[in-house]
Design a protein around this ligand. Structure first.
Ligand code: SF4
Length: 756
């Protein structure tokens, strides 16, 4: 038992008793199997939809009766083959949790008090207009979420960039996936993975690095386990400082020191070269080499990685040189290797460099573009990819891989959006951390936060909680209260999931539709309605003409036709019938694309060669030479340990939703995993309160003494609002992606009772 005080079996019994007969239908292989309800609940009609939680994006069937969602089950025709995890099955309960936000509120005399929509929106529009007129467009900002629908993120981006004229549009995907996006864009010229879930069924080696797939993407993990069960010789390599549930099923577990991935991957490339595993055709015809902006050659790469022999790298990473040699061999010699990663790799100060090297390992060995052979990042939220990355709803970006600093890209979008040339600012806006720093300085006067909870999810959280008090803050959320809502000047109640409807996109570029099935509670409105009304009140009604999810989607897919992210053929009509479609899909009869950049498979790829990396001007992918840098938050005598944060299987993000479910109330998340050696050294007793302090802040958690963590490293989930471990966490950002280094915080620990 890792994530709570109940055993798994006790949790199962509790759920069966409380949630109308949940039954475990799949094998328990590390991720607790998959779930269905006993078919005892009368349902008027079943509807195809998508889980509201993680980026696995499981298809689910939603049973409705008398205007309420009364049942859900896995969609056996979707990619998840009918399986869903515990969060998936609890999609029914989330709509009816306590603390659903029911009406708008305005802060009066220090308290949020009920107001009408007209009062609330009048005040929001008045304050935004006043700030724009007095201080300019860059005095306002939008902070969004990978949990909004694509139509909502697209509309917010258009309103702020083409209407108001500021690029201050960012959101929580910056905190989890920005380094994966920066990696793909710098290597392939375009964002998003080239492979798909089907590759899992063909891989003979899984290189899982910085991902506790079993807990955080459980249905992806079940598919990996299917592959292992049907072909036991399939190799699973896990790189993680913790012995997670994923690592326990690995053939090889490298318990690496946090933030040393770049050294490890360089050593693996050294081994590929030493053992003759380089795909010469790739090197000669499909790759170029770079170090920063400088051009390099394959010979330069050889010299570069010669500094990273396994013997040299082993003490840096805290693993055996022999292990590095073996996993490098298995990676390269396998028939088809699939790398899987997520926040463990992305949330470090060298997140982009690590992402570039993972892609390089596949490019150099030719493990790419074939069934089972692909680098494949998993997305954390249900719509961070399609909703935010693809729509360009980030401070530096424009739709479909364009960037605000490129004059041609700006001109293209100004024409497509029908605004005068020069409307889009050439200046990148504030990325997530910079946005809250600007709030701390008083440079941002008004900020709209939609569908997310940065007062808890940002690193160095206390600093940014103070910053929020210096700004006119508008918070739209389906739940009230949240950690962020307590700082709101205006609170707007949002509809959730099937109370509104729209398109999600999960890890494999699959766009799929969540239908509107029931009405939202109280006076709650969809985030799209809120944005449309704000546009009208600010005088941008002519720009934001698309007003329903389908109208917005139609506009957005027509815009995509002018880019390599072409999904013009993915209509609502198709999405209503099909189980999602993987883009590119340029025409309505196109079935979607499993593997990008492969001529004959990807409709955007030209020629007859093995690859057309069309995101790059020369059609060649880039292999970067990267050096391991010192830690961004080095350990010292004062702060001798490294804290890494993460998630548990049952809960979601900052507990605003799953924390309200009585079925999960005993799954505690306010714990700190400490190795017995460190527990002994610092006088920590299992179960006792422990004070964790960093250069930024302090938090009190309950000690969980376990050999599942490497000595010198401690782990805490980030879910608990009471414990608020993000007070402690490192807010240094990767210099390219601007993603914070959540996985690199130097800390010290002591019994909370002995703290001064
Ligand atoms: Fe939902 Fe993710 Fe679980 Fe699938 S794996 S049911 S998408 S939470």
């Amino acid at each position: 038992m890792e994530s709570g005080k109940l055993t798994r079996r006790e949790l199962l019994q509790r759920l069966s008793a409380l949630a109308g007969g949940l039954i475990l239908t799949g094998p328990i292989s590390g991720c607790e199997g998959f779930w269905q309800r006993e078919p005892a609940i009368p349902v008027d009609s079943w509807h195809k939809g998508v889980c509201r939680f993680c980026g696995t994006g499981c298809g689910i069937m939603i049973g409705v009766r008398d205007g309420k969602v009364v049942d859900v089950k896995g969609d056996e025709y979707a990619h998840n083959r009918g399986r869903i995890c515990i969060k998936g099955i609890l999609n029914r309960e989330i709509l009816y949790v306590r603390d659903r936000a029911l009406y708008p509120m305005i802060r009066r005399n220090g308290r949020l008090e009920r107001a009408s929509w007209d009062e609330a929106m009048s005040l929001v529009a008045e304050r935004f207009r006043e700030a724009i007129d007095r201080y300019g467009p860059d005095s306002v900002a939008f902070y969004g979420s990978g949990q909004l629908f694509t139509e909502e993120s697209y509309t917010a981006n258009k309103l702020f960039k083409a209407g108001i004229g500021t690029n201050n549009v960012d959101g929580n995907p910056r905190l989890c996936m920005a380094s994966a996006a920066a990696g793909y864009i710098s290597v392939f010229g375009k964002d998003e993975p080239m492979g798909c879930y089907e590759d899992i069924d063909h891989a003979t080696c899984f290189f899982i690095t910085g991902s506790n797939t079993a807990d955080c993407h459980p249905i992806v993990w079940e598919r990996i386990m299917d592959r292992k069960r049907s072909r036991p010789e399939t190799v699973i390599i896990v790189v993680d400082p913790r012995r997670t549930r994923t690592a326990r099923h690995a053939d090889y577990h490298l318990a690496i020191r946090p933030g040393t991935d770049v050294a490890l991957y360089n050593a693996m490339i050294y081994e590929f070269i030493r053992n003759g595993f380089i795909d010469q055709d790739m090197v000669e015809n499909y790759l170029t080499f770079r170090e920063g902006d400088a051009e390099r050659t394959f010979e330069d790469l050889k010299r570069h990685v010669a500094q990273y022999t396994p013997e040299r790298v082993a003490p840096v990473c805290g693993v055996d040189a022999r292990q590095i040699e073996e996993v490098a061999y298995l990676f390269a010699a396998s028939e088809a290797t699939m790398s899987i990663w997520t926040m463990g790799l992305n949330q470090q100060a060298q997140g982009t460099a690590a992402n570039r090297l993972i892609n390089a390992m596949h490019l150099l060995t030719g493990h790419i573009g074939r069934p089972g052979a692909t680098p494949f990042s998993l997305t954390g939220q249900p719509n961070a990819g399609g909703g935010v990355r693809d729509t360009g709803a980030l401070a530096h970006a424009l739709p479909n891989g364009r960037v605000v600093t490129n004059p041609q890209h700006r001109a293209e979008m100004e024409d497509l959006w029908g605004v005068p040339r020069g409307r889009i600012s050439p200046k990148p806006g504030y990325h997530a951390v910079a946005m809250f720093e600007a709030m701390a300085r008083g440079d941002l006067k008004c900020v709209l936060i939609m569908g997310t909870n940065p007062a808890q999810s940002l690193p160095h959280a206390e600093r940014y909680r103070e910053a929020m008090q210096r700004t006119f803050l508008v918070v739209a959320d389906a739940i009230y209260p949240t950690e962020t809502a307590q700082f709101a000047d205006v609170f707007l109640p949002s509809a959730m999931w099937v109370e509104k409807g729209g398109v999600f996109s999960q890890s494999e570029r699959r766009y799929h539709l969540v239908p509107k099935l029931v009405d939202p509670p109280g006076e709650a409105r969809s985030d799209l309605e809120i944005l449309v009304e704000l546009a009208d009140r600010l005088g941008y009604g002519d720009l934001i003409k698309a007003r329903t999810p389908e109208e917005v989607w139609d506009e957005w897919r027509q815009i995509s036709a002018h880019s390599p992210y072409n999904f013009a053929g993915i209509t609502y009509e198709r999405l209503k019938k099909e189980r999602g479609i993987l883009w590119p899909a340029p025409t309505e009869d196109h079935p979607g694309t499993c593997r990008r950049y492969v001529p004959g498979e990807d409709p955007m790829a030209k020629g007859t060669g093995r690859f057309d990396f069309y995101g790059r001007p020369d059609g060649r992918a880039v292999v970067y030479l990267e050096h391991q840098q010192p830690s961004s938050d080095p350990r010292s005598d004062e702060y001798p340990l490294t804290l890494v944060t993460g998630r548990v299987y049952e809960h979601w993000h900052t507990l605003t939703i799953t924390g309200k479910l009585e079925e999960l109330e005993d799954i505690t998340t306010d714990f700190l995993v400490v190795h017995p050696r460190d527990a002994h050294r610092y006088g920590i007793r299992d179960g006792a309160p422990v004070l964790v302090e960093s250069r930024r802040g302090r938090a009190v958690l309950k000690a969980r003494v376990s050999t599942d963590i490497t000595p010198g490293i401690v782990f805490a989930p980030f879910h608990s609002p009471e414990a608020l471990v993000n007070r402690v966490v490192n807010n240094t950002v990767d210099p390219i992606s601007k993603e914070p280094a959540f996985k690199e915080s130097a800390v010290r620990i002591q019994p909370a009772s002995s703290a001064a």
